[in-house]
Design a protein around this ligand. Sequence first.
Ligand code: GAF
Length: 386
Amino acid sequence: MTDDVAARATAGFRSAYGAEPAGRWAAPGRANLIGEHTDYNDGFVLPFALSLRTVAAAATQPGETWTVWSELTGETVSFGAAEVAAPGRVTGWAAYVAGVVWALREAGHAVPGARLAIASDVPLGSGLSSSAALESAVLAALVDLGGLDLPAERRPRLAQRAENAYVGAPTGIMDQSAAIRCRAGHALFLDCRDESVEHIPFDLDAAGLAMLVVDSRAPHRHADGEYAARRKSCEHGAEQLGVPALRDVDVAGLDDALVRLDDDETRRRVRHVVTEDQRVLDTVALLRAGRIREIGPLLTASHASMRDDFEITVPEIDTAVEAALAAGALGARMTGGGFGGCVLALVDATAAETVAAAVTAAYAERGFTTPGHVTVLPGPGATRLD
Ligand code: GAF
């Protein structure tokens, strides 16, 4: 897969610029095993990288000009110092690239002019973080081409700044951290407050298990506005409780905290975040102990919390989870920001196709668009290919 996508990026570079790239850099999409909407609450997340990747073939060019070809449109977009002087001057998919250049310059780096060609296997709009994959591949390319001093652990913040401030999406730090810092065969236990990480072994094969990713094919309904609204609710809750972030509310003190909140909606949002942080810690403890089969109920509880308390699921997603569980999945949950996207189902390796077929049948019964499905293994983070 990666070979194909890398070959497409190279072919795109050659045809757009009539030259050879100096190198190719890849960054993956991600699935989040557990820990949803906890990142911007300074909490815990546990994503893993997919083998689906975005590849940037790139070379420097003189002056302060950046030119990007994408297989998405088959067109090139060019921008210069004026467009990266302030957020919002480049729009559409190229804004993610311009945002990275802008954020690097803001941080004082001398970004070399460059030509880039982008190809990707990460599906757009499926909640697998194609935007972070694009930012992270471009960032890796520009850092290497310019010989910039920016170690991997400092890159996620910079890519997040590109997305928050240049593109204008108020996302947390999880997706860029996953795209940059994940390791093959491991999930990434990230403390979003201090950005410390632990690579937790996540060997599905050895446990006779598989991770089924079901693409709900549900159209994203008001996802941007709803995401921002959830973030505001959480900030409101933290303010009322007098804590810097919901991370500072312990699950043992949750009931006391809830009675101090002034409305039911905020109570539900706070309960989701506080219990979700605990579920991440519990999942990590089980994985550290090699008890991978036992994480299923935590995944399912996370889904119930997203459905009932955080209210970010949609009928297609709930149908996929229910059908997967009824067909024998050990646990299932929506992954990502919500309002569509993908469902993860932890299944016995031998049951993957049966579970996928059960989800497809449940969709047909309800008249939903046929879902997609694939089994995945935890892959590596961003890397230079050659
Ligand atoms: C999206 C965001 F980009 C992440 O930062 C995170 O908040 C996630 O939704 C929800 O867990 O992917």
